[in-house]
Design a binder for this molecule. Structure first.
Ligand code: HAM
Length: 416
């Protein structure tokens, strides 16, 4: 029988990598708190219609990447491929978007996309997702991007590139779309079959195609910037000014459209070196029509998501040592086991981290174990200690040893 392994694209996060995940999650919560964004935790499973309506029928995600199935009562269910649609649904369902009220939230958790796995691309991956609803102006866009930068900087990441674009709005985008379609029609036979199909359904998706032939055609195509209405133009220039006040350098990419259909106006990505082809650590933008498209009150919104596996890849370039226990109990004889049980229980009850192997062993082997675990201190317990009612404590950093009365560890007298 073949051995059972994890599903392709689904990865175990092993204890050695947990320090990176902990650091990322702690910093995410800390930075979100500093910006007054509250945590929300929507479920992993949603109705399929939420994503087809929210993300767009003619996107790669909805067309070919979703894990969709019928549950036992015949309902069509999807494992969320991203967080924005679910967070928005939850906000509408629980009346968190009442008129005039801003809602600022973040969420951490797994997402699922049936993509071809490669470095930095998995089928189950994790995101930090941040959303701000209720404010149509450019300064909240700057706040959200500022939050993202604070977060990435708090992890020590440097050499990040913010790629920025505006996608216009329902007033100005139709004229751009028309100009793009006319241009692409003139090059129709040179587009890849996927793009020829995309042109019918959603011509902006052609801008996203990675095929070199299509890229070359796109690079001479009309630019959205030449079609913006006055409010979109002002929004974008105020945003770029606000970003320079925050000392965040941005690079305009007039062909950045992103892979989700809900975006209006601001769209952005943050790219980092050292990740290979999957170099986007974060992506986001404004989605002023999404809340109403999902049946909620007409409410603007902006947000982003960071791919946490990609952050782990970047952080792992510098070694983070797994934090060891404060105490390692070295049990050196059978007679010391009962006393060790008492001491471990008492130390743990007093809030100390204690590791132990219950099989008695030689001092040499036990010190080796403590060293491997990065324990700070070793508490040695053998026949001599039991008879003399003391324990020997070794500081692993200095190698210094001292004898202390047993009572100081069993909680009876001046417990440590
Ligand atoms: P997205 O660009 O599809 O946007 O994903 C955001 C980030 O998630 C990417 O930049 C990448 O770091 C990570 N990511 C995406 N797919 C994978 C994958 N297969 N494996 C590993 N990492 C991946 C969104 O999801 C939007 N919901 C962002 C947003 C929030 N827009 C507004 N609010």
């Amino acid at each position: 029988m073949p051995s059972l392994t994890a599903i392709r694209g689904f990865k175990d996060i092993l204890p050695k990598d947990i320090p990176y995940w902990r650091l990322i999650e702690e910093k995410a919560r800390e930075i979100a708190k500093r910006h007054s964004y509250r945590e929300i935790r929507p479920p992993v499973l949603e109705r399929t219609a939420l994503f087809s309506r929210g993300i767009g029928e003619a996107t790669d995600i909805v067309e070919k990447e979703m894990y969709t199935f019928e549950d036992r009562s015949g309902d069509k269910i999807t494992m969320r491929p991203e967080a924005t649609a679910g967070v928005t649904r939850a906000a509408i369902e629980h009346n968190l978007l009442e008129a005039g009220r801003a809602l600022k939230v973040f969420s951490l958790g797994p997402m699922f996309r049936y993509e071809r796995p490669q470095k930095g691309r998995l089928r189950q991956f994790h995101q930090l997702d941040v959303e701000a609803y209720g404010d149509p102006g450019p300064y909240v866009d700057a706040e959200v991007i500022g939050l993202l930068y604070e977060f990435l900087k708090s992890l020590g990441l440097k050499d990040l590139i913010l790629v920025l674009n505006t996608l216009g709005c329902p007033v100005c985008r139709p004229a751009y779309r028309q100009a793009l379609v006319s241009y692409l029609e003139a090059h129709f036979s040179d587009l890849c079959p996927d793009c020829q199909r995309r042109m019918e359904l959603n011509p902006l998706r052609v801008l996203d195609c990675k095929n070199p032939g299509c890229r070359a055609i796109v690079l001479n195509s009309p630019k959205i910037g030449d079609f913006l209405c006055e409010p979109c133009r002002t929004h974008f220039s105020q945003l770029t000014e606000a970003l320079s006040i925050l000392e965040i350098e941005s690079h305009l990419d007039p062909y950045l459209v992103r892979g989700l259909d809900y975006y209006t106006r601001t769209a952005f990505e943050v790219h980092a070196g050292g990740l290979g082809a999957q170099n986007a650590v974060a992506g986001g933008g404004r989605y002023d029509g999404l809340v109403s498209a999902l049946g909620g009150p007409d409410t603007p919104g902006i947000g982003f998501a960071v791919g946490l596996e990609r952050l782990v890849l970047l952080l792992a370039q510098n070694e983070l040592i797994e934090e060891g226990p404060e105490w390692y109990l070295a049990i050196l004889s059978q007679e010391a086991i009962e006393l060790s049980l008492k001491i471990a229980s008492s130390l743990r009850a007093n809030g100390h981290a204690v590791a132990c192997d219950w099989e008695p062993g030689s001092l040499k082997s036990r010190l080796k174990r403590a060293d491997k675990m990065h324990a700070l201190k070793v508490l040695m317990l053998g026949d001599d200690e039991v008879k003399g009612s003391y324990v020997t404590v070794r500081d692993m950093a200095t190698g210094e040893q001292e004898k202390l009365p047993i009572e100081s560890f069993t909680g009876q007298k001046n417990a440590i």
